[in-house]
Design a protein around this ligand. Structure first.
Ligand code: UD1
Ligand code: MG
Length: 469
């Protein structure tokens, strides 16, 4: 076990110690009840940009390549663990919850004295890898690193007390602070790092004789200073980055801070956003040159937009690739689709999973495409459902066209054959120029035949409808 007092920073042993690797472990505190959210959902599962708060913190923690990530859970614990079942983290239960210091005490049996701990909050989703790396750097190998913030409104936070020379002395929680201490604007963000041997020794000396009857992690700071270990402060440049989420007002503020951050990145990557406050990136988006995104566009999951892609207003694009030069007009939903170059989609089109569009394809208003491949230069401009179909190149699918499986009037095909694909590679048109693939259209075969013979009819309709017969 670690010694009660960690080595002083200036001790000969530490000065001459070889620079052996000091593995990093991350501890994420996520056991708090989050009562102020007034929600049945545990706080750390509340979504920010479509992902749970805790997911953001885990993703950031992972960029530091730590030896382990320990998540302290408590309130709603099973739901939290279930939500992150696939994450390679170690779960440490804290029940009941007696404060942040008590939370970290639960993790101590899982730590080794030669490690360095970095403590994060599960409800602090906006913290960046850059800030954490900078904090680890200022702390070096032996010191404590403390991330602080000059808060516009310090109410509710622990205050950072410094001496006349600016050295950090301690943190005092607001409820325990004197009026004079409450006037301090520099606050504790909760993010701190220290050697595990020190952490262990200091936590043993933390008690709960304070206004809240809790074991405060913040008391560790004063104890380190008393042991002669320097506490290196890093003042966060951006207050929003260290803002915790305690209620839905703060959740909305975090969402808009996230939105601003993502929009800024897209702008710097060369995209034009007509209004950066009205584009929501909820995933990872890459853009080519000269992409233009109009207002009220939501981009979810993995989205790739090629050079010159233009997205009209009110579109949702999720897990999709849109190749260069394609224009998506207003009010479209594109979900898990591959869209080739120079296509025109919408307005009011829905392109659903496994739709694959080649180049120069036109998908017009009230057209739905699902599990269908559309060949180069083919068009479906109006009121059409193309499902489970292969549409050849240069086709023109008229309004009212419907391809789907299984067909409505025929007996269901045997299991495993339900989703036969239709091949549409020949031209056909019905009265009024409509190709009608549905078995509900009486006399369709006759019309199809007639259309075949009238290949060069005045209606330039180059669709083909496979009837599966
Ligand atoms: C804490 C800090 C305060 C700091 C503020 C920043 C302490 C004593 N105070 O106060 O100095 O300014 O954060 O937001 O640390 N948690 C547990 N188990 C518990 C209690 C809390 O896991 O028993 C977790 C919570 O889920 C949360 C974090 O620790 O992620 C902070 O807890 P919270 O109750 O919000 O602490 P504050 O009172 O805000
Ligand atoms: Mg808090």
């Amino acid at each position: 076990m670690a010694s009660r007092k960690p080595a002083r920073r200036t001790s000969p042993r530490s000065r001459t110690a070889p620079a052996a690797a000091q593995p990093l472990v991350v501890i994420i505190l996520a056991a708090g009840a989050g009562k102020r959210m007034r929600s049945a959902l545990p706080k750390v599962l509340q979504p920010l940009a479509g992902r749970p708060l805790l997911q953001h913190v885990l993703d950031t923690a992972r960029t530091l390549a730590p030896a382990a990530i320990h998540v302290v859970y408590g309130h709603g614990g099973e739901a939290v663990r279930r939500a992150f079942a696939a994450e390679p983290v170690s779960w440490v239960e804290q029940a009941p919850q007696h404060g942040t210091g008590h939370a970290v005490m639960q993790v101590l049996p899982h730590l080794r004295p030669d490690q360095r701990a970095l403590i994060l909050y599960g409800d602090g989703p906006l913290i960046t890898p850059q800030t954490l790396t900078a904090l680890l750097q200022v702390a070096g190998r032996h010191d404590v690193g403390l991330l602080t913030v000059n808060a516009g409104n310090p109410q509710g936070y622990g205050r950072v007390l410094r001496d006349a020379r600016g050295r950090v002395l301690a943190i005092v929680e607001e409820k325990d602070a004197t009026l004079r201490q409450r006037r301090v604007r520099e606050c504790n963000t909760g993010v701190m790092t220290m050697p595990v041997d020190g952490l262990t020794a200091w936590l043993r000396r933390v008690d709960n004789r304070n206004a809240q009857g809790e074991y405060y992690l913040t008391d560790v700071i004063g104890l380190a200073v008393r042991d002669g270990v320097a506490v290196q402060p890093l003042v966060a440049a951006d207050e929003q980055e260290v803002q915790g989420v305690n209620d839905r007002v703060q959740l909305a503020a975090a969402e808009s801070a996230w939105r601003a951050r993502q929009s800024r990145r897209l702008l710097l990557d060369g995209a034009t956003l007509i209004d950066p406050a009205r584009v929501d990136v909820r995933g990872s988006v890459t853009v080519g040159q000269d992409v233009v995104i109009d207002v009220n566009v939501v981009l979810e999951g993995d989205v790739k937009l090629g050079d010159g892609v233009r997205i009209g207003p009110n579109c949702l694009i999720r897990n999709a690739q849109i190749a260069a030069g394609t224009e998506v007009f207003a009010n479209c939903v594109i979900d898990q689709a591959l869209i080739g170059p120079s296509c025109r989609i919408g307005p009011f089109a829905r392109v659903r999973p496994q739709a694959v569009l080649a180049e120069h394809v036109h998908i017009g208003n009230f057209v739905e495409v699902k599990k269908a491949r559309i060949g180069a230069r083919s068009k479906a401009n109006h009121l059409t459902y193309l499902g489970d179909a292969d549409i050849g190149p240069d086709g023109n699918v008229g309004a009212r066209t419907l391809t789907s499986n299984p067909p409505p009037r025929r007996p269901a095909p045997p299991r495993g054959r339900r989703h036969q694909r239709r091949r549409v590679d020949d031209l056909a048109h019905g009265p009024g120029g409509a190709v009608d693939a549905g078995p509900r259209a009486p006399g369709f075969d006759t019309r199809l035949e007639a259309a075949r013979q009238k290949r060069n009819s005045m209606i330039a309709l180059h669709a083909a409808v496979a009837l599966g017969r």
